[in-house]
Design a binder for this molecule. Structure first.
Ligand SMILES: [Zn+2]
Length: 247
């Protein structure tokens, strides 16, 4: 059974960048979901649901915010709170309180201010969860065993201490994972996400649940398609285009 897509956001701002969703778009999307009776799950709850494979959980959605952007508490938290939604944020531990300078050199990625470690735990009381987007946002498949362990364990330890809450979910930067990364991630975490475009399913790897980036959902008709089956075809086409682009 397909659960409604896990949604990926990064920054909420009006710059029009690849990583930005305008505040008014987020407002419209949350308004639409609330009007349709959607409720939000955390990523761990999605993974637990998919494991149990129970039916009757339509109209559930998981909202995720990658990189730990400062714009999220300022522009997203009040909107989600207004509609009764929670979210999972994936933070990059070595860059907390700094900028997303791991993307330096990519002219399409804007400089974004990131939250400090002590700021990350502030929304735990509202049901928001913090997950690990690793220590340095490195592509995990390119690291040796020691560096991989640092990215997984050290990031988790830092975020757990900073937030004062368990950190149960990772999101692999750039979706990079192979058998070795998956094995280590499964040994440490309960659930997690990838940037792989698609719907999380019962057959999905629980630490690499697929997501949909609202960059692909700016057109209102496409956004509404999350409730219907035809969106699967749209995502397959997008995946194909991504592959062609990467050649
Ligand atoms: Zn990222």
């Amino acid at each position: 059974m397909t659960i409604q897509p896990i949604r990926t956001y990064h920054s909420i701002d009006s710059s029009g960048s690849l990583l930005s969703a305008p505040p008014e778009l987020l407002e419209r999307q949350m308004q639409h979901l609330a009007a349709r009776g959607f409720q939000s799950l955390t990523v761990s709850e999605v993974a637990a649901f998919l494991k149990r494979e129970k039916i009757g959980l339509e109209r559930r959605i998981a909202l995720t915010f990658d990189d730990g952007c400062r714009s999220v508490p300022e522009a997203a938290f009040p909107v989600l709170r207004r509609y009764g939604f929670r979210a999972t944020r994936f933070a990059v531990s070595d860059f907390c309180g700094s900028e997303n300078s791991w993307d330096r050199g990519n002219w399409r990625i804007p400089r974004l201010s990131l939250l400090r470690g002590d700021e990350l735990g502030k929304f735990a009381a509202a049901g928001w969860k913090t997950g690990s987007h690793k220590a340095t946002h490195a592509r995990l498949t390119k690291l040796d065993d020691d560096a991989l362990e640092h990215e997984l364990q050290e990031s988790r330890r830092f975020l757990r201490e900073a937030c004062g809450t368990p950190v149960r979910c990772p999101a692999c930067p750039c979706g990079a994972r192979d058998a070795r990364v998956r094995r280590r991630a499964r040994a440490i975490f309960d659930a997690g996400c990838t940037t792989g475009l698609g719907h999380a399913r019962g057959t999905s790897d629980p630490v690499a649940l697929q997501r949909v980036d609202p960059y692909y959902l700016r057109v209102p008709g496409l956004f509404r398609g999350i409730e219907s089956g035809w969106m699967g075809s749209c995502l397959r086409l997008r995946r194909l285009l991504r592959k062609v682009h990467a050649l």
